[in-house]
Write a protein that binds this ligand. Structure first.
Ligand code: CA
Length: 240
């Protein structure tokens, strides 16, 4: 089992509605391996019911389905007020023009045959977009962990209430991410993805370098850190 992938997916629920059984199997296997909770349906009707009962975080929806086609499933869910992100699977590009043109509320699509890598990238991108929107909605103005206070509105961080930390923009985002996930083991890959963005082409040493700089700013003894701890072979954990 891949621990790092498991953590980054945070058990988001994905519902796959697709009638090609081999494809369903492949998707289930790979999404599960990425750490998602996977539900599947092979026709539109039971897919719709599962979408209602399980309230997935993302829907992968085939366009051509028995019982009820993908467009109808999409339209019904939107009419019912669901804003679940929907990734449509389609056979030809022109079919998707119709979907998007009719504004049925699909968020993205891939054309069959697609590579798994591409599909997984789209899934991640959609989930990330949703997560960012959610965070915007419930963003606290101040994060307080032990001796650290981060004022998000003013984009300032303090140590022991009044010592202002002079951080670069990246260090600020990194420290905020660590503080938000205090106590959790965060892999270098996850940090790279969340702080630098998943399109970032670079290696995880970038993370180590920034961690070192942060330690120099907040640790009493950077060589013997008490707050930003190294988790051997994985990454880091923040303790207040
Ligand atoms: Ca189909």
């Amino acid at each position: 089992m891949n621990l790092q992938r498991k953590m980054s997916a945070m058990n988001e629920k994905i519902l796959v509605i697709e009638d090609e059984e081999t494809l369903v199997k492949t998707l289930r296997y790979n999404l599960d391996r990425e750490g998602y909770q996977v539900y599947t349906a092979t026709d539109g009707m039971s897919g719709l019911e599962l979408a209602r009962s399980e309230k997935p975080d993302l829907l992968i929806l085939d366009l051509l389905l028995p019982e009820l086609d993908g467009l109808s499933v999409c339209r019904i869910l939107r009419q019912e007020g669901s804003n679940v992100p929907i990734l449509m699977l389609t056979c030809r590009d022109e079919e998707m023009d119709k979907v998007l043109g009719l504004e049925l509320g699909a968020d993205d699509y891939v054309t069959k045959p697609f590579s798994l890598r591409e599909l997984l990238a789209r899934v991640k991108a959609l989930l990330r977009r949703v997560e960012m929107l959610r965070q915007e909605e419930r963003k606290p103005e101040v994060i307080s962990v032990g001796e650290l206070t981060i004022d998000l509105r003013r984009h300032m961080a303090f140590w022991k209430k009044d010592e202002e930390l002079e951080l670069s923009p990246k260090e600020f985002v990194l420290l905020t991410f660590l503080a938000r996930n205090r106590g959790m083991v965060l892999s270098r890959e996850l940090i790279l993805e969340r702080v630098w963005g998943y399109d970032y082409v670079g290696d995880t040493r970038t993370v180590d370098v920034h961690i070192r700089w942060l330690r120099e700013k907040i640790e009493e003894d950077p060589g013997n850190p008490r707050h930003i701890l190294t988790v051997r072979g994985i990454g880091y954990r923040f303790e207040g």
